[in-house]
Design a protein around this ligand. Sequence first.
Ligand code: AFP
Length: 337
Amino acid sequence: MPYSRITMTHFLLQEQRRKGGSGSFTALMTDIIFACKMIAHEVNRGALAGNHGLAGSENIQGEDQKKLDVLANDIFLHMNELGGNYAGMASEELEDIHAVTGGAEGKYLLLFDPLDGSSNIDINVSVGSIFSILRLPEGANTIQEAAFLRKGVEQVAAGYALYGSSTMMVITTGNGVNGFTLDNNVGMFMLTHPDMQIPADTKEFAINASRSRFWEPPVKRYIDECQAGKDGPRGKDFNMRWVASMVAEVHRILIRGGVFMYPADSENMKKGGKLRLMYEANPMAFIVEQAGGLASTGRGRIMDLPPTHLHQRVPVVLGSKNEVERIDAYHAEFDGK
Ligand code: AFP
C-alpha cells in the first residue's frame, strides 16, 4: 500500500490552498504545535523530571498552581511570542493579558488554558491544553483586555491537545474538526481522525454528581431521567463518566458521542459557574459545533455570549445535539418560557 499519512502542517497548507489564502493558519498553528509537543514531553517525563506536585503559588482563580501548570504556561507564552504571529495572549494562569512587544507585529490574539484538568497530573490521568485564536480588531494599536472580549462566533481557529495514552491535537478552523496523533519517533502530528462527527444521540452523560444537592431542577430532572434507565421516561439505560478533565471529556464525546455538563448551581451561581468562557467554553463550543454537536449554557448558545471579562465563568452543556436540545428545553420549561 502506498504511504498516505498527512502531517498537520501539510493538512493546514492544503486547507489554506483550498481557501486561496496565504498560509497564515499554518504559521498561527506552528508555534502552538511546538508548545504542545514540549508540554507533552514534560507531562510524559512526570516524576522523573520532578514535574509533579504543587508550585507553591495560586493563580488568579485562587487555585493552587501545580508545577506543570506554571511550566506549561511558560512554554505556551515563550513559543508563541517567538513566532511573532500574536499581538497578545491571555491565559488561565495570568491575571492580566500579555501584550507581545518587540519583533514582528502580530495580527492575532491567542487565549489558552495551558494545562486543563491539572488535578489529574499527579495521578497519571489525562490532561490537556486548550486554545482559541481571534483576529486583532482593525485599528487596535495598543493591546488591552477589551480587544480579547469578543464572542465565540468570532474565533478564527480553536483546538486542544490531549496528553493521554497517546498525544493528540484536535483543531478546527471553521471547516470541520480534524484529529492528529503525535508520532513520537518522528516528532510530528499525523492526521488520524479526519472529519470528526458527534452522533446526535447518546447513552452517556458526564457530570460531577457529587454536586447534585446544588443542582437546579432542570439539571436534576435530566439526570434523574437518565438514571431511571429502561423503565424511566427515556426508555433506555445510560452510562456515566467523569474524568475531571474537560479535554478528555470533549475528546470522548467527539469519538463516541455523549453529553458533558458543568452547570451553574446554587453553590457556584454567584461566580457564573465553574468553567471559563474565553479559554475553555468558547474553544470547546467551536469544536463541538463544527463536529455537528451543540454547546449551550442551558439557556442559550455559548458562542453568542458577549464576554464581560477575561476570566468570566459560564455554565456549560455540550455534546450530542438531541441531548443538549433536551436539556435546553427543560431549562426553558422551568423558566416558564
Ligand atoms: P483543573 O484544571 O483545576 O483541574 O480544573 C479542571 C476543570 O476546569 C475541567 O477540566 C473539569 O471538567 C472540571 O474543572 C472538573 O471540576 P471538578 O473538580 O469539580 O470535578
